[in-house]
Design a protein around this ligand. Structure first.
Ligand SMILES: NC(=O)c1ccc[n+]([C@@H]2O[C@H](COP(=O)([O-])OP(=O)(O)OC[C@H]3O[C@@H](n4cnc5c(N)ncnc54)[C@H](OP(=O)(O)O)[C@@H]3O)[C@@H](O)[C@H]2O)c1
Length: 338
């Protein structure tokens, strides 16, 4: 079967299409014929060798993928041939608080990921995906969608009518916008692009701010919201955290997800304690949460926003598109027999 591997060394130029032996499901495992995959920022870091420079190679990249079960191993009870499933980001985290062992095996590094025609996954490492979604749409759910769901709903306790600040218009952020609107939340969104802000407005964003034109956007969000928002979806990290602290209301919370604008900077903690803030680190989410999110996606007939669907032969172009930062929502790669 065909797959992509980061071969002997890191770098997109070393992402190569290869022939791999046909995988076979062992006891408790499923063989999945992959139909679509999607990219996350982490995948780019992984290919570049910036996520974990000690990651053993070769590695099949991508944590997100969906496909049909084509064979089941001995003892599989919960799934049958023909069902459509997505792999879970953490192959071992089923529910509850994470343990070191539960968050060790993640698809697309350290263990092989989804950019292959067929993959073998444990039956506890997959979930069914909503019927109304195309394969490409369904393939966007495992990492970005679950992260946004976890930030706002599972850990965040989002309630109808809450106010939410979202940073940027990438994969996690656009899902956060969609979930926030599912709860009739009032959404503030910042982006480097007026054009992307218009697209966010069309998806229901209530207040749109260009963070290049308004670098003190935290103050502006505070003013527009009449004292600060209930939730901040933090993907910028050190470079945005100071403004997030200005944007959040007394007793509000900041979900710390990404470090796109840096990982470390001096921080005055006074605002956190004086405003009784809750700062919550987010680590994608567990399988039970994925299943709960899928019920909400189904009930709300939510359709993930796809920036582009690349053919399997153009996998590198998909990574380049992600690197460019020009995308809005998710980038997918289709996987077909060729
Ligand atoms: N903790 C977790 O479990 C977890 C899970 C998923 C992702 N992440 C992290 O979350 C981040 C986003 O991931 P993703 O896959 O959604 O990435 P993505 O699709 O590449 O989105 C990146 C977007 O972030 C926005 N952005 C960049 N710098 C910004 C800044 N200084 N201020 C505000 N917005 C900024 C940009 O939006 P505009 O173009 O609109 O300006 C950019 O398009 C990454 O750091 C990723 O590693 C963490």
């Amino acid at each position: 079967m065909k797959a992509y591997e980061i071969r002997n060394s890191f770098g997109l130029e070393n992402l190569e299409r290869v022939e791999r032996p046909e995988p076979e499901p062992g006891p408790g495992q499923l063989l999945v014929q992959v139909s679509s995959t999607s990219l996350n920022y982490r995948d780019l870091l992984m290919v570049d060798g910036r996520y974990n420079p000690r990651q053993p190679l070769p590695l099949i990249p991508l944590s997100d993928g969906v496909g049909k079960i084509v064979a089941v191993g001995a003892g599989v009870g919960g799934f049958a041939v023909g069902e459509r499933v997505a792999g879970t980001f953490f192959q071992g985290w089923q529910a509850g608080r994470p343990s070191v062992a539960a968050v060790r095996d993640t698809l697309g590094g350290p263990i092989d990921g989804m950019l292959a025609q067929r993959v073998v996954l444990g039956e506890s490492g997959v979930v069914r995906v909503p019927d109304h979604l195309s394969d490409a749409e369904a393939s966007t759910l495992p990492c970005a969608a679950l992260t946004a769901w976890n930030a706002l709903v599972e850990s965040g306790g989002l309630k109808a009518g809450d106010t939410v600040l979202i940073q940027g218009t990438g994969g996690v952020s656009i899902f956060a916008l969609q979930f926030a609107k599912l709860f009739s939340a009032e959404v503030f969104i910042i982006s480097s692009s007026d054009e992307k802000l218009e697209r966010a407005r069309a998806l229901g964003a209530d207040f749109c701010i260009n963070y290049m034109a308004t670098p003190k956007w935290g103050k502006e969000v505070r003013r527009l919201s009449g004292g600060g928002v209930d939730h901040v979806v933090e993907v910028g990290g050190a470079g945005t955290f100071g403004e997030s602290l200005r944007a959040v209301r007394l007793g509000g919370q900041i979900a710390v997800i990404g470090i796109l604008a840096g990982a470390a900077r001096e921080l005055d903690l006074t605002r956190i304690l004086m405003n009784k803030l809750r700062i919550q680190g987010i680590l994608v989410g567990h399988r039970q949460s994925f299943q709960g999110m899928n019920r909400a996606v189904e009930a709300g007939k939510l359709r993930p926003i796809i920036d582009g669907l690349f053919p399997f032969s153009a996998a590198r172009d998909a990574f380049e598109r992600l690197r460019s930062g020009a995308h809005f929502g998710k980038i997918c790669i289709g996987v077909r027999e060729e």
